[in-house]
Ligand binder design. Sequence first.
Ligand SMILES: [Zn+2]
Length: 679
Amino acid sequence: MRSVLLTAAAISALLAACSPTTAPAEQASKAEIGSFGIDTAAIDASVKPGDDFYTYVNGKWLADFAIPADKARYGVFDELSDRAETNLRTIVDELAASSPASGTNEQKVADLFASWMDEAALETRGVSPLKPKLDQISAIASRSDLMKLTGDIFLTFPISAGVETDPSDTSRYAVWIGQDGLGMPNRDYYLKSGERFDQYRAAYTAYLTRIFEVIGNPDPAAAAKQVLTLERKIAEIHWAPERQRNVKEAVNQMSLAELKTLAPSVNWESMLADLGLPGTERVVVQETSAIADGGKLMQSEPLDSWKNYLAFHYVNDNASYLTKAVDDANFEFYSRTLRGVETQRDRWKRGVGLLDRLMGEALGQIYVARHFPADHKAKMDELVANLRTGLETRLQTLEWMDDATRQEALKKLSTFEPRVGYPNKWRDYSALSIEAGKLFENVAAARRFEWNRNVSRINSPVDREEWGMNPQTVNAYYNPLMNQITFPAAILQPPFFDPAADPAVNYGAIGAVIGHEIGHGFDDQGREFDETGKIRNWWSEQTNANFLASTDRLAALFDSYCPLADGCVNGRLTMGENIGDLGGLQMAYEAYRLSLKGAEAPVIDGFTGDQRFFMAWAQAWKAKQREDALRNQLLTDPHSPAMVRGAAPLRNIDAWYEAFGVQEGDKMYLPPDQRVRIW
Ligand SMILES: [Zn+2]
C-alpha cells in the first residue's frame, strides 16, 4: 500500500516547480545576473520576438548548451537545484566530521548518508534484505492470503491510501483512497500504440525479467509476461490524468458502508486497521471506478500473477538500496529508456537526494540558517502583498464576473496565507532510528516513520504549520485545502529573485511565480474550493459559463502546441498550470505597473521596463529537455513543457504585444478578440 497521490485535489506545484521599488540607480549592490538581472548574452537578436519569443530571449543559450549526461532536463530550476545540492553536501560532510551524539538529527543524517555511500556493504548483503518479505509473498496460498497483505505499507496494490485534509471540513483530516499500482509512468505507456511505446514496453519487459532473475524466479520471462499482462489490465481501469484533476468527479465523500458497496471484495476494515487507521468511518474516494475495478482484479486475476506483481514491485521500490546490478537495471529502464539520461548521477548527489526525501527538514533547518538571508523574507512578504493588490485591482474590474461571484473571489483572496522561506515549526525526527551500515533498514525505517506521521494525525485538528516541500527545494506550491501558497528558500534566488536586480525582472520572474500560485486558487480546480479550503460552489451560473468558455479557448491554444512528432500538449491536463501562468503574469504585471506609481520605468541597456518584465518570465523557463523525458512530461505532467510556458501565455497579454511591437503576421500574434483573459 503506497501513500495516496493526491492528484485530484491537493498540492499544485510550480514545476513536475519584494517590492524592489527602488530605481536601479539607487541599488546598493549589483544584480547577480547580467547588469540588471537578465542574461542578455543568451538573446538571439536574429529572431523576431513576435515570431518566437522564447528563442529570442534564450536562443544563444539554447543553441550552445548541452544537457549534462546525467540529466533528463536542464534549465534555471536545475542550476539552482545543483547549487542547493552542493550546499547540502557541505552540510552533510560537516555533520559527519562533528562526531554527533547518538539519537540526534545530526547523527541520523550522517549515518544515513554513510550507509548510502558504503557500496561494499551493499554488495556483501546482496538481495538478502528482501528475503523476509519475498518469503511472505511466496507463501500466499489463497485470495484471502492476498487480501490480508493490502494493509502492508511496503507493498504495492491498485489501491493506495493516506491521510489529508478533509475537503468537507478543513479543520480535520480524512482518509483518502486513490488508484495506484503501475510500474510505468501511467496508463498511456501500456495502452498507446506507436513504435516508441512498443520500445518502452519491450524495455520494461526486459527490466521485469532482469528483476525476476536477480531474485531467483524459476521462469523469469514468464513471470515478466504475467506482470505486464496484469498491469495492462490495471492501466485499462485507471483514470486518465486529466480526469483525475476533475474535482467534481474525483473527490467523493463516502461512509465506510458506501466504500464497501463500491468495492466489496476488499476487506476495508482489516486493511485500514493494518495501515494504522482502525475505526475509520468516512473516506474520500478519488477514482471511484478504478477502486471498484481494482478490487475485482484482485479476485479475478491469477494468484500467481499477483504474487509476481507484489514481488517485482517490492524489489523495484528498493532497487537503489541493493546491489549495483539491481540499481543499474533500474537506471537503464527508468532513467535511460523513459527519460533519455545517459549516465547515472554521482553517488554523493543521489545520497543527498535520499536525505532530502527522507530527512529533508533536518537538513533544511541548517540550510536556511546558512543560505537564506533574513532580509529576503521581508522583501518577499512585501512582494507577495503587492501581488495580492495586483489581483485585487484586477478582480474589481473583470467584466466576465458578476458582483456576487466577485465578492466571493475577493473573500477568498483575503484569506490566502503566504509562507516564505521555511516552516515556523520543524519536523520532529526523534521517533526515527538510523544506523550506519544498514541502508535497506534505514530506508524502511524512514518510510515507516513517515507513514506513522501521516496516519497518526487522523484524530488531530489540521496542522497548518506543516510544509509539503523542503526549504532547499527549488519550487513553490498552492494547497487548495489550506488556501496556502508556499515559497521555499531555494527558489528565492536569481534569476527568480534578486533584491539587487531591476524591479521589472523581479516582478516578471518571482512576481509571476507568486501570481502563478495565487492563480491556482482560482484555476479550474482551485475555484471549486472556498475561502476556508472547503469544496463549495461559490459561482453564479452565468459567471461559471463565462469561465468555462474562456478556459475552453485556453485549452485549445495549448492543445495546438506539439513539441514532438508523436506528442502534443494536453490542454485539459495542463489547464490549472496554464491558468496559473496566465493569471500570474497578469497579476504580476498589474503589480509592477502599480509599483511605478504612474511614472515610466527607466530604459536599461536599451530595454524598456515592460520588455524586461516579459523577458524575465521567458528567462525563468530557459531549459532543454531530452526527447523521452519530454514525451513523459506531455503524457503525465500537469505542467506544460518549459519552452511552451515561457512564451504561450504572453500571446494573451496586450502589454506584451505593445512592449515588443508584435503585429498581425508575426507567428505568435493572436487577434485581440482571440486572446484569453481570465484573471
Ligand atoms: Zn503550478
